[in-house]
Design a protein around this ligand. Structure first.
Ligand SMILES: [Zn+2]
Length: 394
């Protein structure tokens, strides 16, 4: 079973000891951020930093001015690392220490330097500046450009796509207070539906008039915003969530909306994956997914069997259990399970071995440990012992 861990370029650039330290973890590879949203992150061992602030989405590789000249949406460099090419620098340093590198690319979850009209608009007309809408041509152009850029990065062994689909109301950022409205998963789905012009056209082509849909969504959410909790848990099983969406929208309308959104997201992903393969046909593409198709978050909601046919492997979130793995393991592609390995973020090094055993028993092809850069020395010791145990075992 493969063992890998996530890493930021700033965990390596400017720290001459980092490549050997990462090599000593015994991982099969690291997944190094190439395009990433805003964050504040600790980097506990760096000789010059402890807290890195990335104020907006950035590409951490050298941007080709010809590709991006005049484009409506384009990535910005992450100059807070002190370099214009931190990905290449970190990747080369890791390569010299014989650490293999995969590129980690966050697509539709963004924090852009300025508001853009290419973001999701909810049923009330509120824009979500953190969520690019995959129905929009400019977003497709941006994502395929990023995909082609990343596929051309020297030395990488795979591309791992996060937020490659619908993103929506859920966003743990900007001092989030949206939890003040106690919404169920189905209600959050309704609040994530996009009503931008491109989505409006897509609904209309499918025979769904956007204005009545918008009114239906608002009416369905009115009790929740009035504080009438309908007795449904915030997170429940997939069938119950889908049944609640059916209740809120009506079965036929719910199915029509889901179909439109699935077509948009799948069309978007197929073009993005094609852009990677056109640049480098041998480069595996991994996709972060949630087997609940109505979810719109970093692990984007998919039909797992259809997603498995579109990429080389899937990555599912197993921070809180193995349900997502159990729902995808027979989808038809290798599945890697993401596990939280940083104790300060809620991970438990003491339990890691047992959790990996259950993940291996459930049929995972590998694990992704979040996150080697932010891990404490004790967290790293747990990662090291895990790698020693699982490396190259079937
Ligand atoms: Zn839209």
């Amino acid at each position: 079973m493969q063992t890998a861990a996530y890493l930021y370029p700033w965990d390596v650039v400017g720290d001459p000891a980092a490549p050997d330290l990462v090599a000593g973890l015994g991982l099969d590879h690291v997944v190094l951020a190439a395009v990433y949203h805003a964050t504040r992150a600790v980097t506990p061992r760096h000789p010059h930093h402890r807290v890195v602030t990335a104020p907006h989405t950035a590409a951490y590789y050298t941007l080709d001015p010809h590709r991006w000249h005049g484009k409506q949406l384009r990535p910005s460099p992450g100059l807070w690392t002190g370099e214009a090419d931190p990905f290449e620098r970190a990747s080369a340093a890791l390569d010299a220490a014989r650490v293999r590198v995969h590129a980690w690319v966050v697509l539709n979850h963004v924090d852009l330097p300025a508001p853009v009209p290419h973001t999701v608009v909810n049923a009330y007309g509120d824009r979500y500046p953190w969520a690019l809408c995959p129905a929009q041509d400019a977003v497709l152009e941006y994502a395929t450009g990023v995909a082609a850029d990343v596929a051309g990065l020297p030395g990488i062994g795979a591309v791992e796509l996060e937020a490659a689909g619908w993103f929506g109301a859920d966003h743990a950022g900007a001092h989030d207070k949206t939890g003040a409205a106690a919404l169920s998963s189905a209600e959050r789905y309704l609040l994530s539906l996009c009503f931008c012009d491109a989505c409006g056209s897509a609904y209309a082509r499918a025979g769904v008039e956007p204005d009545p849909l918008r009114r239906k969504v608002r009416a369905s959410l009115m009790p929740a915003f009035a504080g009438h909790v309908r007795g449904l848990a915030a997170d429940t099983d997939t069938a119950s969530e889908l049944a609640e969406i059916d209740t809120l929208l009506g079965v036929d309308l719910a199915a029509a909306v889901a179909s439109v959104r699935q077509q948009i997201a799948e069309g978007y992903r197929s073009v993005v994956v094609a852009a990677v393969r056109q640049r480098r046909a041998d480069l595996p593409v991994l996709l972060h997914v949630n087997p609940r198709p109505h979810r719109s978050a970093a692990f984007t909601g998919v039909n797992a069997a259809r997603a498995a046919r579109s990429v080389d492997a899937l990555v599912v979130n197993c921070w809180f259990g193995v349900d997502n793995l159990l729902s995808t393991v027979d989808a038809g592609a290798p599945v890697h399970a993401s596990l939280l390995a940083v104790s300060g973020l809620g991970g438990s090094p003491a339990d890691l071995g047992g959790r990996v055993e259950s993940i291996r028993a459930a049929g995972a092809a590998g694990i992704r440990l979040y996150h080697a850069g932010m891990a404490t020395d004790a967290d790293l010791a747990a990662i090291r012992s895990l790698s020693a145990e699982h490396r190259s075992t079937p």
